[in-house]
Design a protein around this ligand. Structure first.
Ligand code: SF4
Length: 901
């Protein structure tokens, strides 16, 4: 065996001996001091050490990472091979479509299609399809599930084919849970025992996922984060993920949460703190005395929102509370013993306050939990935390603030608008800030029994006082696992929640991913007629404009108990600290503090209702737990039988004409700008996940193919069909293209004639004219959820480069993974400051085969008024990425490698 550091040894697992790749051997060789490395770097180092084969992972890679220090972290590239991959259905379907397409391409190039298989185990959880069409009744869940199966049958059949056709690939069927919660409660093991050439070997559980909130698992001491679908495919196919050794910011937590503050309030505060600090591309690691008081469910919540605070991930090392969580969620004694023994053996076990070496961080920040106050975040971004007592003032200010400052730009007079909502009881009148959606949703919060049961207790107290939810509020409860229903039932708190309308609508992402479903007609009509800034309050983690519901402009993130409270109040234009939620049966005011449960009450009901056997019962047979799924028929073939008539699954064009060898990198010349964009354009703007408008190019395509608007389903659910997705690229109604000022949505001006037309139509005209395309963008281009279609769609529109002030991490690498060149302007510059308008013709003459990672390139922009020249940095960051770019993308690279192997 290749083991240049003689690191392989054995240790006692409690059930016999198993292999271990000892980090201490690197210390013995004088290469590192393990105790001084952050825990997250130790985990990364173990993966590099164990996978060192002298080829994909070399001795030098091990030495480089072993030499990690707080001052010089980013010098070296780390080839990371995780223990497993996790997918959800929206991103998993296109990943599987690509694998299926690779099988076809392999056959065309004369290779064996069966060589295309995940080499790294992959699990897919179907969770993004559930939509809350039905709500507020006992059978809402059954009706939504039936509709879900009807809408998604083609995709589900494809996934069933994939489960049979590919090795190392499992599927958690629909209607059972949300990927990150299922991962936390079941899939994650913290330590695996696997077989290698020398026998069983223990290794830390590490993973990459196709959802940015994969980071949640770091709350359990499992290192993992989100990558684009294309990167995940490459990792599944045995490629290492190329990354630069990260800086690690240590966040020291001290003190205790005051009564009244929740873990959600903590995470909103952490998000604001770290956003201000700037932790993009960095690891964050939590340490300090308060960590030992935080349950894993709280840590997971903080870890989940890493994309919102901008870090690659936020890590909590394994400790006694990790072991307690594993026991609480029904993991076996044997599994827990393995985790404890291995972590202690490898210096991966955290004991706060213990004398000895402490990790050295690139930078240390501090937070006293005693300062946390009840909060919401909104109305447009997760990092905009507002203390509960300031929500009303902040909302009123946002109503008047200009749109450019994240306001709604209303005049004084417009803020007074109201509209009547028709109803059986004579109706009611609503104004700006009316809460029309109150959703207990999202893996972020629904994995946390304390928060879920606190919501139940608040509901019980409110019902006892005779409070009711306002009639125009769409209420929903969508937990991330069936265990939540079990402990709600065991506590009896399902009943008061249901009395307030929080009936189960499904087990899935629902409102968090934009699947809030339509508003009731009278409410939708009133919001539209009054042109009101209606509000949603949800326990999710994303609230970008247009994401939650097209009719709801102000979206606030809040803890589950606050979601219930705002449903009762019916408006965010209220100060819940000083004003009552409503009045009781005797006409007396009831304040939030009157119904808010005490920490002791919550702890007592958690201790009574949350039991390990619930987790064991729900997960023992999870892969076979859905009878409709089991009953589906599957095509048992090695190649997928593509159906040309399908509007859900199509063979993508990337690999259809693939040559066995790539051509040289060529200069870019005569390029036109398709869109000129401002700052913070998200992947939701680039590739919307929500509903498809009948008048959009994607809607027209579906109509032409006989699909009625009622069956359009969402963009997310159609990611297996490139024809829909390319037409949907940049089709978000909120995108503002400065090449077509005054317009909203996917419109541009075709140049040089200047005619206004949909983005897709313009792109196809440019394609017919042989004109390559560019996008001009501001800072943080591509922020938000990882979405490989944001890159794939860009490529298929003919975009060959994106010139931005800065890029979000995953989207940048996805662009490279699709062969699109990310170009970054020097710090402080923007396309506007360079005097560009987007009407120029662009040339990159020195882009050629000598391209190196991080190379500076000259750009010439020619317009009628003259020529501008400036320099940009090619954001191809690593040699691995350069290889992808040279090959035209990741899939092409992997396929060519497998063909030669
Ligand atoms: S609930 Fe939200 S954060 Fe969690 S997986 Fe679904 S969309 Fe992502």
């Amino acid at each position: 065996m290749f083991d240049p550091f003689h690191a392989r040894d054995t240790f006692e697992t409690g059930r016999g001996r198993a292999g271990i790749y000892r980090l201490s051997r690197l210390e013995d060789a004088g290469l590192t001091r393990v105790g001084r490395l952050p825990f997250s770097i130790r985990v990364l180092l173990e993966a590099v050490l164990r996978n060192c084969d002298g080829q994909a992972v070399t001795e030098r890679d091990v030495r480089n990472l072993a030499g990690w220090g707080p001052d010089c972290p980013a010098a070296a590239e780390v080839p990371f091979k995780p223990a497993r991959v996790v997918l959800q259905d929206f991103t998993g379907v296109p990943a599987l479509v690509d694998l299926a397409a690779m099988r076809d391409a392999m056959r065309r190039l004369g290779g064996d299609p069966r060589r295309i298989n995940p080499l790294v185990p992959a699990d897919l959880v179907i969770d993004h399809s559930v939509q809350a069409d039905f709500f507020g009744s006992p059978d809402a869940m059954q009706k939504n599930v039936a509709l879900e199966f009807q809408r998604n049958r083609e995709r589900y059949e494809f996934l069933r084919w994939g489960r049979e056709a590919f090795e190392n690939f499992r599927v958690v069927p629909p209607a059972l849970g949300i990927v990150h919660q299922v991962n936390l409660e079941f899939l994650a093991k913290c330590v695996f025992l696997r077989a290698d050439a020398a026998g069983p070997v223990a290794l830390p559980d590490t993973l990459l996922g196709t959802d940015s909130h994969t980071t949640m698992i770091n709350g359990l001491g499992v290192l993992g984060w989100g990558v684009g679908g294309i990167e995940a495919e490459a990792v599944m196919l045995g490629q290492p993920l190329g990354m630069l050794a990260p800086e690690v910011v240590g966040l020291e937590l001290s003190g205790r949460l005051p009564a009244g503050a929740t873990a959600t309030d903590l995470v909103l505060t952490v998000t604001q703190l770290l956003r201000r600090e700037g932790v993009v591309n960095k690891f964050v690691e939590f340490f300090g005395p308060a960590v030992a008081t935080m349950k894993v469910a709280e840590r997971a919540l903080v870890a989940n929102m890493a994309p919102e605070y901008g870090a690659t991930m936020g890590f909590f090392p394994i400790d006694d509370l990790t072991l307690a969580y594993l026991r609480q969620t029904g993991r076996t004694d044997e599994e827990v013993a393995l985790v404890e023994r291995y972590a202690k053996e490898q210096q991966l076990f955290y004991r706060p306050g213990q004398p000895g070496e402490t990790p050295e961080y690139t930078k240390v920040l501090r937070l006293d939990l005693g300062t946390i106050e009840p909060s919401l975040a909104g109305p447009k971004r997760p990092q905009d935390r507002v203390a509960l007592g300031s929500v009303q003032a902040s909302f009123r200010q946002a109503l008047r603030a200009p749109v450019a400052q994240r306001g709604f730009g209303l005049s004084e007079e417009e803020t007074l608008r109201t509209a009547a909502v028709a109803g059986d009881d004579g109706g009611t009148t609503i104004g700006h800030g009316a809460v029309v959606i109150a959703a207990i949703t999202s893996c972020t919060n629904t994995s946390n029994p304390d928060l879920m049961l606190a919501a139940g207790l608040l509901a019980r107290n409110a019902v006892q006082r005779g409070l009711r939810v306002k009639p125009y509020v769409k209420t929903s409860l969508a937990p991330g696992s069936r265990v939540v229903t079990d402990y709600y039932r065991a506590s009896g708190l399902d009943r008061p929640l249901e009395e307030l309308g929080f009936h189960l609508v499904g087990y899935g992402c629902t409102t968090c991913i934009g699947n809030s479903g339509p508003l009731p007609e009278p409410v939708a009509e009133a919001v539209g007629r009054g042109n009101l800034v209606a509000a949603a309050v949800l326990s999710g983690n994303r609230n970008f404009e247009g994401r939650i519901n097209p009719l709801v402009k102000a979206n606030y993130l809040a803890s589950p108990p606050l979601v219930v409270a705002y449903a009762l109040a019916g408006t965010v234009d209220i100060d819940l600290v000083t004003e009552p939620l409503g009045t009781d049966r005797d006409g007396r005011p009831v304040f939030l503090k009157d119904v808010w449960p005490t920490p002791a009450e919550v702890a007592a009901v958690v201790a009574q209702a949350v039991r390990p056997e619930m987790f064991r019962a729900r997960y023992s047979n999870v892969f076979q737990s859905n009878a409709d799924w089991n009953a589906m028929s599957v095509a048992g073939s090695e190649l997928f039988p593509w159906d040309p008539a399908s509007t859900y699954i199509q063979e993508p064009p990337f690999l259809v004409d693939l040559a066995a060898e790539p051509g040289p990198i060529a200069p870019l010349g005569g390029a036109r700008v398709l869109l000129a964009l401002g700052d913070s354009v998200t992947t939701d703007h680039i590739s919307p996940a929500g509903s498809i408008a009948a008048t959009s190019p994607a809607g027209k395509y579906l109509l032409e193919h006989g699909v009625q608007p009622v069956d359009f389903n969402s963009y997310g659910s159609r990611r297996g069909n490139d024809r829909v997705m390319t037409r949907g690229t940049f089709a978000n109604i909120r995108i503002r293209n400065q090449l077509a000022p005054g317009t909203e949505g996917g419109v541009t001006r075709h140049l040089p004639d200047g005619r206004l037309m949909p983005i897709f139509d313009a792109a196809m005209r440019y394609k017919a004219e042989g004109v390559p395309l560019l996008v001009l963008a501001g800072t943080e281009y591509g922020a938000g959820s990882s979405r490989d279609w944001a890159a794939k769609g860009s490529y298929l529109l003919g975009i060959r480069a994106v010139l931005a002030a800065s890029f979000e991490r995953i989207h940048r690498s996805n662009l490279v993974g699709m062969g699109v060149l990310p170009l970054e302007l020097p710090p402080g510059q923007s396309w506007q400051s360079l005097g560009l308008s987007g009407e120029e013709v662009y040339d990159l003459p020195d882009l050629d085969d000598r391209l190196q990672p991080g190379a500076e390139l000259a750009v010439t922009a020619t317009a009628a008024g003259g020529v501008r020249r400036f320099r940009v940095k090619a954001r191809i960051d690593t040699p691995v990425e350069l290889e992808y770019y040279r090959n035209g993308g990741i899939l092409q690279t992997v396929l060519r490698k497998l063909l030669k192997a």
